[in-house]
Design a protein around this ligand. Structure first.
Ligand code: 3PG
Ligand code: MG
Length: 415
């Protein structure tokens, strides 16, 4: 019978084998008291199973605040793999979330819990379509056959009017940008309404496409209610746009699933809020299992932070996240999406991003790193592109800067 496998880093003040059984019980057929109806036959059929439990170490203090201290003052860290029969939930992502990442985080015997791996049966790939465009579709629509998509976020994120936003887009396309996105803070506020923004920006983008023979991709942030997102998608499509963007933690799994069913354009997935799911190492999610769920639901581009970013994440974690996005969701259904490196990015990170990932199937977006260029927005785009060119050719930035005044100037302000 097909099963779902989830692996956790677990900490408990209890006997770890007992804690594992409590978690397995709570997340399947058991509860806090024995029930006559939970027969051995039912438990064998529907109970979650402890597949593996490996003790990693001990500590005197619990990682998470907990109302009951372990009598011994001893806490055990372990790697725990649980499995569930698919028959309990069927291939349903929202119920999967409640199963693998539901009440177990709250159990009293748990003083730390982090989901580190997830293996799903092929039924999920039959029930969910995955990304419709991924790397190849994104390259086709943006006209970037090789190398990274050189991208940006409109900055200031909020505060620009529709006309001012279109002016910035004009500067970006004049500079030769491949990819532009709204910030996650900019969706449909009265100060810069979505519909007007799309119409004004697309006028600029269509004119640029006529001139360039390829159309820069613009990810319009349509985050909102289901009917709003569908209607906004249709407007972007009607205006000739080639991408829409949504904030995953805001719209939820149902939001993305429904948007994907409706969409005819790539979906750029922003992970704003990822910090509350991941920043405490003893709680929440690793990125690898988390992003799998969103790829199944249909994300084409997934934010992975960036090297030497403005946030708190370490570089090895960023690279692991990007590799996870390019790795197959499962052998029978690769569902490859495109990693988006973003957050405090400049051309200084190009070389390490390229060699670290071992691939240029990525979008690299620099907001401040482009808009802050002292020579202006077009010079900002040029310097970022020249840095990437140097990275791909294995040329040092200082050397490449001799042929590129924009890059030379950028090296004075990038940090
Ligand atoms: O949404 C994003 O990706 C960030 O706003 C990145 O902006 P920055 O390049 O200015 O850090
Ligand atoms: Mg942002």
């Amino acid at each position: 019978m097909e099963r779902i496998y989830a692996t956790y880093w677990l900490e408990t003040g209890d006997d770890p084998a007992h804690a594992a059984e409590v978690i397995a019980g709570e997340q399947s057929s058991g509860t806090f008291v024995a029930l006559p109806t939970e027969t051995p036959e039912l438990k064998a059929r529907a109970g979650a199973r402890v597949e593996q439990l490996e003790v990693l170490g001990h500590s005197a203090q619990p990682s998470l605040p907990t109302p009951v201290s372990a009598p011994s003052g001893r806490y055990t860290q372990a790697r725990l793999t649980l499995s569930w029969p698919l028959a309990n939930l069927g291939p349903c992502l929202p119920t999967l979330m409640a199963t693998i990442a539901g009440n177990l985080y709250e159990l009293r015997c748990v003083t730390g819990l982090r989901l580190t791996d997830l293996q799903l049966p092929p039924a999920f790939a039959q029930a969910y379509p995955g990304p419709a465009f991924g790397v190849n579709g994104t390259r086709r629509l943006s006209g970037v056959a090789h190398g990274p998509l050189i991208g940006t976020i409109i900055k200031p994120s909020v505060g620009l009017s529709v006309a001012e936003t279109a002016q910035q887009v004009q500067l970006l396309v004049d500079g030769g940008i491949d990819f532009i996105k709204d910030d996650e803070l900019q969706a449909d506020g009265p100060a810069c309404p979505f519909d007007e923004r799309v119409r004004a920006v697309m006028r600029v983008v269509r004119a640029a496409a006529d001139r360039l023979g390829r159309q820069p991709m613009v990810a319009f942030n349509l985050t909102g209610n289901l009917d709003q997102m569908k209607r906004r998608h249709d407007l972007v499509l009607a205006e000739g746009g080639t991408c829409v963007m949504a904030c995953l933690n805001s719209i939820g799994l149902v939001g993305l699933t429904e948007l994907r069913r409706h969409a005819q354009l790539p979906i750029h997935a922003h992970r704003a809020g990822w910090g509350y799911l991941s920043r405490a190492p003893q709680l929440g999610f690793d990125y690898a299992p988390w992003q799998k769920i969103w790829r199944l639901a249909g994300a084409d581009h997934l934010h992975v932070n960036g090297l030497r970013n403005k946030f708190s994440e370490a570089d090895d974690s960023v690279m692991a996240a990007a590799r996870a996005v390019l790795a197959p969701v499962m052998d029978s259904a690769p569902m490859t999406a495109m990693p988006v490196f973003s957050s405090g990015q400049t051309g200084l990170q190009a070389q390490d991003t390229f060699t670290g990932l071992g691939s240029a199937d990525l979008i690299h977006t620099a907001g401040g790193g482009i808009f802050g260029h002292p020579g202006g927005v077009a010079a900002g785009v040029q310097s970022f592109r020249d840095a990437w060119q140097a990275a791909q050719e294995g040329v040092a930035l200082s050397q490449a800067a001799r042929q590129s005044p924009a890059l030379a100037q950028a090296l004075g302000f990038w940090r």
